[in-house]
Design a protein around this ligand. Structure first.
Ligand code: PLP
Length: 371
């Protein structure tokens, strides 16, 4: 028993070669996961967490506002705020929750959200839940943002500008310095930066791009997620104390959900501790440099100094074939198809890790050269 309309939709994605199914990735040379520093897959975090586990409590037993709060939460939020040079931090169960929780509650009816056109689905879904007006500016184009600010800054109470410091599909970076300068020219403009793919990769000890550029005080809110370079799960929104008070009172994906378990909190704590001592960030940076140096012969790669690199291959069938061919040579690299990206912008998304060897990188690039 299944509604016909839904069956039709499934049939349609199958016909268009876009049917998604859950696969298990077997040990392969990893050029795909977001575990940029190997904190998860190389066991680094496991050892660190085991040093911290002190109680047998598994679940948190309730939402933060009821029975789920603890000294551990307070301690870790303080650590996060200090590490990211902010007044306060608020933990969410995931980056998706953080983004929908922020955007559905902070921008109000007579406010405007101006977002880069390539922001992540979690930010788009948050905007869908907001009563604010929304316009997009061209990807990484501060003049397009300026045009919108000029046109609308008198018509709304507050304007929220939404960018990612590293874009999850292309791996390129937002022109944050230009955007910060622009924000300062107008009143009541608030910058929000999603640092999901920058934390652990950019900045001293992996603090992220905003701190690398010294613009942390120019941001109204920054979002750090822990499922990528940090090797665990969850997220935090950092900002001033009033923002934290506001989110605790109005952010529904924070209020109406069971708080994170102690083990997950300890994973985040361990990941931050590891950032201070690990050599993996340096290794990752060297591998990114090595990959970029050896990329020169390659066509169609989008320039990137992050861990994410994309080769545009155009056509869902073509990128899928490329993924399959690489898998036969034991490389785990994922294709990104339309409609996740625009048609004819389908691509192979290569993620560089600290633990990839130079031989692996050479072999991958040779395999790609032949395509
Ligand atoms: C830019 C960006 N923001 C937020 C998220 C969501 O984070 P999480 O996986 O913790 O829900 C992702 C995940 O893919 C992302 O790429």
């Amino acid at each position: 028993m299944f509604p016909q309309q839904l069956q039709n939709r499934l049939n349609q994605v199958k016909e268009n070669d876009l049917f998604r199914s859950l696969k298990i990735s077997y040990p392969q040379i990893d050029f795909s996961s977001n575990d940029y520093l190997g904190f998860s897959s190389r066991g680094l975090l496991f050892e660190e967490i085991n040093k911290l586990v002190g109680s047998s409590k598994i679940g948190s037993t309730g939402s933060r506002l009821i029975s789920g709060n603890s000294l551990l939460f307070q301690d870790i939020e303080q650590t996060i705020a200090q590490f990211h040079k902010a007044d306060s931090a608020l933990i969410y169960n995931s980056g998706y929750d953080a983004n929908i929780g922020f955007l559905s509650s902070v921008p109000q009816k007579r406010d405007l959200i101006l977002s880069d056109e390539l922001i992540h689905a979690s930010l788009i879904d948050g905007i869908r839940l907001s009563f604010a007006t929304h316009y997009k500016f061209r990807h990484n184009d501060s003049s397009s943002l300026r045009d919108l600010l000029n046109r609308y800054h008198h018509s709304f109470n507050s304007i929220y500008i939404l960018v990612e410091s590293v874009y999850s599909m292309d791996g390129d970076s937002s022109p944050l310095l230009e955007i910060v300068t622009l924000c300062k020219e107008y009143e009541n403009v608030y910058l929000i930066v999603d640092e999901a793919h920058a934390v652990g990769v950019f900045g001293k000890n992996g603090q992220g791009m905003c701190q690398e550029l010294n613009i942390e005080n120019d941001c109204f809110a920054r979002i750090y997620t822990y499922g990528k370079a940090m090797g665990c799960h969850g997220a935090a929104i950092v900002g001033n104390h009033l923002l934290k008070d506001y989110l605790i009172n109005f952010s529904r994906s924070f209020i109406y959900t069971t708080a994170m378990s102690e083990h997950s909190l300890l994973s985040i704590k361990a990941a931050y501790q590891l950032l201070h001592t690990t050599k993996e960030i340096e290794k990752l940076k060297n591998n990114i440099l090595y990959f970029n140096d050896h990329l020169k012969k390659q066509k169609a790669f989008i320039p990137s100094n992050s861990a994410i690199h994309c080769k545009i291959a155009s056509g869902n069938t073509q990128v899928q074939e490329l993924e399959n061919t690489l898998a036969k040579s034991n490389f785990f690299v994922k294709s990104i198809k339309s409609p996740t990206v625009k048609k004819d912008q389908e691509r192979l998304r290569v993620c560089i890790h600290s633990f990839n060897t130079q031989d692996d990188i050479n072999e991958l690039l040779n395999a790609l050269c032949e395509r």
